[in-house]
Design a protein around this ligand. Structure first.
Ligand SMILES: *Cc1c(COP(=O)(O)O)cnc(C)c1O
Length: 386
């Protein structure tokens, strides 16, 4: 469990996002052990799922991670200076036309997703050192990114093109890895292996976080984990073996007592039947807190569930604290929005979405603390730079 109340007490802000880098590293080591002898890569796209790639990625590197995946070249460029040279950065979405030279100069590895991307990359190789490394993605059945079986066949027949392409990694992505009983998983594995066989031997990668919990035949050479590193359950079976990494707390700004029938918030959509006490905190939908949690979600205070009363505003929301004994809660007290009593999965379920979306929407408005191995707040690169 994350213990950080002293950090909250020290905070000068109304809301605080705490990211436990020790838990993150423990999750990395646990997954790495699980998939060995396959290697474990970290997916740090979308600013490490909203948790801050320039802090998260170096922590993972210190835990032994050598392969990092982002979605965009701009994400790779921002991350490159923060990682040791021995760490490879892969760009999952591949390269928009005209960015090939920039990619080579940065020394990052594009994931080539189509024959067009393969041709452009091979042509770009003429500018610099021979055959810069590239990964190749094959579509094994998700119909999203990667060379189709027809394109694989065309590439296999084009020996001139193929001789100039030396993929360091051949990869694909599972559509149903979070539901092991789905036959699609075995079908994708079979299809991926038969497509990959048409290329010279290269490292193979198919599994994401969910895939790490499928049989070891899915792990191949490299597993690409994202969400499980950040503490969310890798599969839909309701079991979460990961340590929580994120805690989101907020202080009560103000508490008021209202008479029966008095409306709360925009549209006055909450009207208590009796006299009620309403506490307001400084977290709203502009902080990524889902607006559809109005009159539906909860926050937690010392083990008690407090229902959200009325709509979620842009910068604040209100909760009904009537059930708590008077004087047991006051302005300045901290409540948890994500924490031990209210895990990410519960918030996502209530908001009719997935933990991925809750995390990636958290945004840049919270004060943040990154905890080191001793559970102490550490200086993060962003803060050092200013
Ligand atoms: C996002 C992504 C991952 C990581 O998925 P998780 O479910 O977060 O582990 C792995 N591979 C690809 C291609 C991805 O797009």
């Amino acid at each position: 469990m994350i213990s950080m109340s002293h950090n909250q007490a020290d905070s000068l802000a109304w809301a605080l996002l705490t990211i436990d880098l020790a838990a993150l590293k423990a999750n990395y080591r646990m997954l790495a052990d699980r998939v060995r002898p396959a290697e474990l890569a970290a997916v740090v796209k979308a600013d490490a799922y909203g948790l801050g790639a320039v802090n998260v990625a170096p922590a993972l590197a210190s835990a032994g991670c050598r392969h990092f995946f982002v979605a965009h070249l701009s994400e790779a460029a921002a991350l490159r200076p923060h990682l040791p040279a021995a760490c490879a950065i892969y760009v999952l979405n591949g390269l928009p036309p005209g960015t090939e030279r920039r990619c080579t100069r940065l020394g990052v590895v594009p994931v080539l997703n189509s024959l067009d991307q393969v041709r452009r990359w091979v042509d770009a190789a003429r500018w610099g050192k021979d055959r810069p490394p590239a990964a190749l993605q094959l579509d094994s059945g998700m119909s999203r990114l990667g060379l189709s079986p027809a394109e694989v066949a065309m590439l296999a027949q084009d020996s001139a093109l193929r001789s100039r392409l030396a993929p360091c990694l051949i990869m694909s992505h599972l559509a149903c890895a979070d539901t092991p009983e789905q036959a699609a998983n075995a079908n994708q594995l079979k299809q991926f292996l038969s497509l990959a066989r048409q290329f010279p031997p290269a490292a193979l990668s198919l599994a994401n976080s969910g895939g790490a919990f499928l049989p070891s035949s899915f792990h191949l050479d490299l597993v690409r984990a994202g969400i499980a590193l950040y503490g969310a359950a890798p599969q839909q079976d309701g079991i979460n073996p990961m340590r929580p990494v994120v805690r989101l707390g907020a202080r009560i700004i103000q508490i008021r007592t209202i008479l029966a029938g008095t409306g709360v918030g925009y549209g006055l959509s909450f009207r208590p039947r009796g006299e009620a006490r309403i506490a307001t905190i400084g977290v709203g939908y502009a902080d990524g807190w889902p607006r559809n949690l109005g009159n539906r979600g909860t926050v937690h205070f010392q083990g008690a569930r407090l229902p959200i009363a009325g709509r979620v505003s842009m910068d604040s929301l209100s909760v009904d604290v009537t059930a708590l004994p008077a004087n047991s809660i006051k302005a300045g007290d901290w409540v948890d929005l994500i924490g031990p009593d209210q895990p990410l999965e519960e918030v996502a379920l209530a908001a009719e979405t997935i933990p991925y979306e809750i995390l990636t929407r958290l945004g840049q408005r919270y004060d943040r603390i990154y905890l080191d191995d001793d559970g102490d707040p550490m200086l993060c690169p962003e803060k050092e730079a200013t």
